[in-house]
Write a protein that binds this ligand. Structure first.
Ligand code: FES
Length: 559
């Protein structure tokens, strides 16, 4: 297929390839349509989980808005893997790789079909960063629509969400819940469509991509079932037309300052550690220098001010009533923590978009605190270095669990061993639980440890043990946890050399992660160490193991 001007999109492009024209007539387009810009609408919708079940429907509204603004909207689909459903089983290995498959597939369709622009309709943890990576690589006018957060569930007067289900399992292990209540929680935790409801990974990525300027206002705050979500989808067309006319491309938006804005909002809202991994990867796709050190610098200057789950009280559905993410951004801009001069998909800057947004009223709401009374004076995301993680590790420390932990190692060769040891009563207060062989290559796919962390919290040990891993933590995880330990065990990292009973010190004030084992002893242990043989000899996970970079580099597969 050939068009007059494949990269500099305009509204006057014409389809000139006769075969392409014939096919486009075949799908029902008219002669007039041949003169119009074609917008690829990438839906990550599928029926199998609540985060994505409604996205195909939202894509139809997006298409309507595109068509009403004189363009041709063409919906295509990409894959999705639900973290909530894969947590704690072998399917989790496919989750992080799905991010890069989503990026590749959107790039592939939009690049192959030479669409003039792209709109991605996204709703779960991996499809947001995946779509952002695709937009950055393609760099033709594009934007995102978030599917929206879920409403909270309820059982016996208690609000519930996805994490409640895992924590109920921990209570079951501890024999502190009846079978009836366990079933009651599982049946009522998830009331319908929408992404997991706390400031977990999906809402973290949604809030920060809005802060980056890649969505319309409040995309992250409208719950999936809110009427504003449909209105947002219909309004996308006009915004897309404006982007095409002005040739505003993703890399005009995804600048170094915009990455800082995104991570500032992640930090202020107490967002997921996964954002660290994803923004490193997205920055690479956009060819913007952005490292773990930059993330630490942002954390050093940004207080945690949101009382949102998992460590806090409120859900994302509560945010809209106080003005949503735009109100938080306006406050952060006012106190000098956000760059106001970044371009956005509206064709205006962040500051211009926020000019008419009402200010946060601190006397009328309790979700967002003023920076003078923060939940934590600096960010909860802390990058730790030391002999366990020479290339860095990511700690999520809200302050409620303390900022230092010292204890003796309890080594789990796989995630499953945590549950096994817990059910046998072998996990005890004062231990540092080391979960290894769960990195990008070793897991493979750097699985999330939501099941063990929730089970430990459910068992009443949440504030009595710490956990370190070369895997990841879910956005729903809380407690003293350190993930992304790099290099991972499978790549020969020192986390693979830890033995039961080694003394470990975790220090989120001085940003260190240290085992009290001499270099000589570590050298002796290394002589006996061999990498585990992977059972994956072919297929997508084999490709992933061969290509994936370290967590400290964002786990990208194309560099
Ligand atoms: Fe999709 Fe939580 S599993 S948002």
């Amino acid at each position: 297929m050939s068009k007059l001007n494949k990269y500099s999109a305009t509204l006057t492009q014409e389809v000139t390839n006769p075969a392409a024209k014939a096919m486009l007539y075949g799908i029902g387009l008219t002669s007039d349509d041949m003169q119009k810009a074609q917008i690829g609408i990438a839906s990550t919708g599928y029926e199998g989980n609540t985060c994505n079940m409604h996205l195909n429907g939202l894509s139809v509204h997006v298409k309507k808005g595109v068509q009403e603004n004189g363009m041709v909207g063409l919906i295509f689909h990409t894959i999705g893997v639900s973290d909530g459903m894969t947590n704690g089983n072998d399917g989790m290995s496919y989750s992080l790789p799905s991010r890069d498959i989503i990026a590749d597939s959107i790039e592939n369709v939009v690049g192959g079909q030479w669409y003039d622009g792209v709109i991605a309709v996204v709703g779960c943890d991996k499809n947001m960063p995946g779509a952002m990576m695709a937009l950055a690589r393609l760099n033709r006018p594009g934007m995102l629509v978030y599917g929206g957060t879920i409403r909270s569930g309820e059982y016996k007067g208690q609000k519930l969400d996805i994490v409640s289900a895992f924590e109920a399992l921990g209570k079951k292990f501890a024999n502190t819940i009846s079978d009836e209540d366990y079933e009651g929680i599982i049946k009522n935790a998830i009331p319908g469509q929408g992404a997991c409801g706390g400031m977990y990974t999906a809402n973290t990525m949604a809030s920060s991509m809005e802060a980056m300027g890649l969505t319309l206002a409040n995309s992250s705050s409208y719950p999936a079932t809110h009427e504003g979500k449909k209105a947002e989808c219909l309004a996308i067309g006009a915004a897309m037309k404006n982007m095409l006319e002005k040739n505003i491309c993703p890399r005009d938006i995804m600048t170094r300052k915009a990455f800082e804005n995104a991570m500032t909002v992640v930090t202020a809202l107490g967002g997921s550690t996964n954002a660290v991994l994803h923004y490193l990867a997205i920055a690479k796709a956009a060819e913007v220098p952005f490292t773990l050190k930059d993330i630490q610098d942002i954390s050093d200057r940004t207080p945690l001010i949101a009382d949102l789950k998992p460590s806090g009280k409120y859900y994302m559905e509560d945010m809209l009533a106080i003005g949503g993410v735009p109100a938080v951004m306006k406050y952060l801009l006012k106190v000098g923590l956000l760059h106001g001069d970044c371009m956005t998909v509206t064709g205006k800057t962040i500051a211009e978009n926020l000019a008419e947004v009402p200010e946060l009223d601190f006397s009328a709401q309790k979700i967002i605190k003023p920076i003078t009374e923060p939940i934590k004076a600096t960010g909860h995301l802390q990058i730790l270095y030391g002999n366990i993680a020479p290339d860095g590790a990511v700690a999520k420390i809200t302050g409620k669990e303390g900022e230092k932990f010292e204890g003796l190692a309890k080594v789990c060769e796989r995630e499953e061993e945590v549950i096994e040891f817990l059910s046998k009563g072998e996990i005890k207060a004062g231990q540092v639980i080391v979960i290894r062989n769960e990195g990008p290559k070793g897991g493979p796919g750097m699985p999330e440890m939501l099941k063990p962390t929730s089970a430990i919290i459910g068992a009443g040990l949440g504030d009595k043990v710490a956990m370190i891993t070369d895997g990841r933590f879910s956005g729903g995880t809380h407690g003293f946890v350190v993930g992304h330990v790099s290099p991972e065990a499978q790549a020969g990292g020192n986390i693979g050399l830890i033995k039961d009973g080694d003394k470990i010190t975790l220090d989120a004030v001085n940003n260190t992660i240290h085992m009290h084992v001499s270099d000589e002893e570590l050298a002796e242990r290394r002589k006996l160490w061999t990498p585990k043989e992977s059972p994956f000899k072919q297929g997508v996970l084999r490709k992933y193991i061969k290509n994936v970079s370290s967590a400290s580099e964002g786990c990208v597969t194309d560099l």
